[in-house]
Design a protein around this ligand. Structure first.
Ligand code: ADP
Length: 621
C-alpha cells in the first residue's frame, strides 16, 4: 500500500516535472524567439555589408569616372566652333562623328552639345533614329546648372531614348563667353543586371524616395513614401520620370538595430519582408539599400530555437529519468532497510522467545530433577513400605509356619525324652534328627525374613539368578504348599549371572509368585510355571499362572502404585509398582501379558552380567 502510494507519488512527480520542463521550454522559446530572430536578422544584414559596399562603390566609381568627362570634352575647340557656326555643314558632321567615336571610346551612352538655348547642335547618336540633334533640353537641370554653376548633373528617364541614365554637363567657353553646354549620359542598367544574380534586392532611391534603380523592375519609379506636391511639380518640370509610372509602394519600416531596419513591402503577392543595409552616395543624393529577405534568417532562428528546445527537452527528460531512477533506487533501498529491520526485529523476538523457552525448559528440567529426586525418595520409601506390608502379610503365614514346627519340635523332644527313658536310643536319635531338621527349616525362614525386612544396599552388581530364584521359592514354599499349588520349574544346570541386587530381585520374584497364587485362589489345582530363558546378552525369568489373566483395564494400570483389585486389607497395590521400578533400576524390564491358553505371564528381563563390568554397574547407579 505504502509502496504503491510512493510509486504513484513518484510518477505524478515525474509527470509534473515533465510538464514543468515542457512549459519552461515553451516559455523560454516564446521569450527567446524575438531575440533570436533579431540576432539572426542582424547577422544576415551584417553579412550583406559587403554587397552594399560593392554596390555603392561601383556606382560611385561609375559616376565619378564620368563626372570629369564633360569638363574635359568642353575644352575641345571644335565644339566652340560649331556653336559659333551651327550651320557649318563641314564642321558639324565632323563634330558629330568625333563625339560618336569618343562615346564609344569612353563607353558612355551619349555625348551631345547644346547651344545656350538648350538646342542640340551635335550628338554622338546623330546616326540613330532617336538622335538628339535638333532637340531642345533646356528644361533639364543639368543644362541650367551647367550654365549657372559651371557643372550640372542629373538622373532621369531619357525622354528621347526612354532609357534611365545619369547626366553630367559642363559649359563650353569661347574665351570667357559661355557658348553652349556639353552633356554626357551613362546608362545604369548594367548594374541592375549584376544585382539580379544575388538573392538580395538592391534599390537606389533619390532624395524624393523614388526608386530609380533596382533589380526589381516592377519597383522602378515607385516611391517608398508619399510624394509632396512640390516634388511632383519638379518631376513634371524636369520631366525626370514619367508621371503616369509613379506609384506609391506600400511599405512599413521598423527599426531593428542602428543601421538596419525591417522593411515590409505589401504587394499583389502578399507581404515581403526584408532587413536593410543602407548606404549613401552623397554626390548623387542617392540612397542605396540592400534588401535581404528575412525568411532564411527567420527559418534559421526557428530551427536553432527548435534545436535548443529539443536539446533542453532531451536534457530535461534525461534529468527526469535520472531523478526517477534515483528516487526508485532510494525507495528500494528504503524498502530493503525496512525489510532488514523487520527481519532483525523478528530474529530478536524469536531469540527472546527462544531464550524464554530455554529458561522455562531449564526451569522445567530443574523441577523435573527435583520431582524425580522426590519420586525416588518416595519410591524408596514405598519399597520399604511395600516390603513391610508384604512382611505383615506374610507374618500370619509365618507364625503359622513357625508354630507348627515348634509344636512338632516340642512333641519330638518329649518323645525323644520318653525314648531315652526307655532306652530306645535309636528312636530318640531319630526324633532329635527331626528336631534338628525343624530347626534348620525355621532358621532358613528367619534368615529370609531378616533379609527381606532389612533395607537393601543400593548396590547393583552380578548376582546368581538361579540362586535368587531358589531363595524366593524357598521363601514361598509354605504358601505354595498351603495353597496346594503345583510348581513346574526345570532348573538349568549352570548358574546364570545377571546384573541386579540380590535381595531386591528376590523380593520381585516373591511378589510375582504370591500374585500368581492370589490369582488362582479359587482353583482346586493351582499351577505355576517358571521358565528361565537366555537370549543373547539378556536373561529372562517368566512366571505363568493359570488364573483368570489380565483384563484390559488391569493391563493399563498394572504397574501404577496403589492399583489393586484385591479387597482392602489384602492388597496394597504396591507390589508390581515397586517391582517394576526395581527391575528398571537393574537396567531390565518387567512386563505382563496374557498367555494364549489362559492365565497371566509376568516376565523379568535382565542384562547378563558378563555384558557389563562391575565398575560400569556401580557407575550406572
Ligand atoms: P496387590 O497384590 O497388593 O493388589 P500388586 O501390585 O501386586 O498389588 O498387584 C496389583 C493388581 O494386579 C492386583 O490387585 C491384581 O488385580 C493384578 N494382578 C497381579 N498379578 C496378577 C496375576 N498373576 N493374575 C491376575 N491379576 C494379577
Amino acid at each position: 500500500m505504502t509502496r504503491r502510494l510512493t510509486r504513484t507519488l513518484g510518477k505524478s512527480l515525474a509527470l509534473r516535472s515533465l510538464v514543468v520542463i515542457v512549459a519552461l521550454a515553451v516559455g523560454l522559446s516564446l521569450a527567446a524567439l524575438p531575440r533570436l530572430e533579431r540576432y539572426f536578422l542582424t547577422q544576415a544584414a551584417a553579412r550583406e555589408e559587403a554587397t552594399l559596399r560593392l554596390a555603392t562603390e561601383s556606382l560611385r566609381g561609375a559616376l565619378s569616372r564620368t563626372e570629369v568627362l564633360p569638363g574635359l570634352l568642353a575644352e575641345r575647340p571644335i565644339l566652340a566652333r560649331i556653336l559659333r557656326d551651327p550651320d557649318n555643314q563641314g564642321l558639324v558632321p565632323y563634330a558629330n562623328e568625333q563625339l560618336r567615336q569618343t562615346s564609344l571610346t569612353l563607353d558612355v551612352a551619349d555625348i551631345w552639345v547644346m547651344d545656350t538655348e538648350g538646342l542640340t547642335i551635335a550628338a554622338s547618336n546623330y546616326r540613330r533614329e532617336t538622335s538628339f540633334v535638333g532637340r531642345r533640353f533646356d528644361y533639364r537641370p543639368y543644362f541650367t546648372q551647367a550654365l549657372s554653376e559651371g557643372r550640372g548633373r542629373f538622373h532621369a528617364l531619357g525622354t528621347t531614348s526612354g532609357q534611365r541614365g545619369y547626366y553630367f554637363a559642363a559649359p563650353i567657353l569661347d574665351g570667357t563667353e559661355i557658348v553652349g553646354v556639353v552633356a554626357v549620359k551613362i546608362l545604369l542598367d548594367a548594374f541592375e543586371t549584376t544585382w539580379r544574380d544575388s538573392p538580395n534586392t538592391i534599390v537606389v532611391t533619390d532624395p524624393a524616395n523614388v526608386i530609380f534603380l533596382s533589380d526589381r523592375v516592377d519597383w522602378h519609379f515607385s516611391s517608398l513614401g508619399p510624394l509632396p506636391e512640390a516634388a511632383l511639380d519638379t518631376i513634371a518640370d524636369t520631366r525626370q520620370y514619367p508621371l503616369d509610372q509613379l506609384r506609391l509602394l506600400q511599405t512599413e519600416r521598423e527599426a531593428l538595430v542602428p543601421g538596419h531596419d525591417l522593411l515590409r513591402v505589401r504587394g499583389a503577392d502578399g507581404v515581403e519582408e526584408f532587413v536593410t543595409n543602407t548606404g549613401l552616395i552623397a554626390a548623387a543624393g542617392w540612397r542605396v539599400s540592400v534588401l535581404t529577405p528575412t525568411r532564411p534568417a527567420l527559418i534559421q532562428a526557428r530551427q536553432t530555437l527548435a534545436l535548443v528546445v529539443l536539446l533542453l527537452l532531451f536534457a530535461g527528460l534525461v534529468a527526469v529519468l535520472f531523478l526517477q531512477r534515483r528516487a526508485r533506487l532510494v525507495e528500494r533501498l528504503e524498502q530493503q532497510r525496512q525489510h532488514r529491520e523487520q527481519l532483525e526485529r523478528r530474529v530478536a523476538e524469536r531469540t527472546a522467545d527462544l531464550n524464554a523457552a530455554n529458561t522455562q525448559l531449564v526451569q522445567e528440567v530443574e523441577e523435573r530433577k527435583v520431582t524425580e529426586r522426590r519420586l525416588r525418595q518416595t519410591q524408596s520409601e514405598l519399597v520399604q513400605a511395600g516390603k513391610l506390608a508384604a512382611l505383615g502379610q506374610m507374618s500370619a503365614a509365618l507364625s503359622h509356619e513357625f508354630n507348627q514346627p515348634l509344636a512338632a519340635v516340642k512333641a519330638y523332644a518329649e518323645n525323644a525324652a520318653t525314648f531315652l527313658d526307655r532306652d530306645r536310643t535309636e528312636d530318640a536319635r531319630k526324633n532329635i534328627g527331626l528336631i534338628s531338621q525343624m530347626a534348620d527349616r525355621m532358621a532358613s525362614i528367619s534368615k529370609h525374613l531378616r533379609n527381606f525386612a532389612r533395607r537393601p544396599q543400593d548396590k547393583i552388581g552380578p548376582i546368581p539368578l538361579l540362586a535368587v530364584l531358589d531363595d524366593a521359592l524357598e521363601l514361598m514354599a509354605p504358601k505354595l504348599k498351603a495353597a496346594g499349588a503345583e510348581l513346574h520349574y526345570t532348573r538349568p544346570e549352570a548358574e546364570l549371572e545377571v546384573m541386579g541386587g540380590r535381595v531386591r530381585l528376590q523380593q520381585v520374584l516373591v511378589n510375582l509368585l504370591s500374585n500368581a497364587l492370589d490369582a488362582m485362589e479359587r482353583l482346586d489345582a493351582p499351577q505355576i510355571e517358571i521358565t528361565v530363558l537366555t537370549e543373547g546378552s539378556r536373561r529372562r525369568v517368566e512366571v505363568r499362572d493359570r488364573g483368570p489373566g489380565l483384563t484390559e483395564e488391569t493391563l493399563a494400570h498394572l504397574f501404577d502404585p496403589f492399583f489393586t483389585t484385591k479387597s482392602p486389607g489384602k492388597g496394597l497395590g504396591l507390589g508390581l509398582s515397586i517391582s517394576y521400578n526395581i527391575v528398571r533400576d537393574f537396567g531390565g524390564t518387567l512386563a505382563a501379558r496374557n498367555h494364549p491358553e489362559g492365565g497371566a505371564v509376568f516376565s523379568v528381563d535382565l542384562a547378563a552380567s558378563d555384558a557389563r563390568t562391575s565398575s560400569e554397574a556401580v557407575a550406572a547407579q
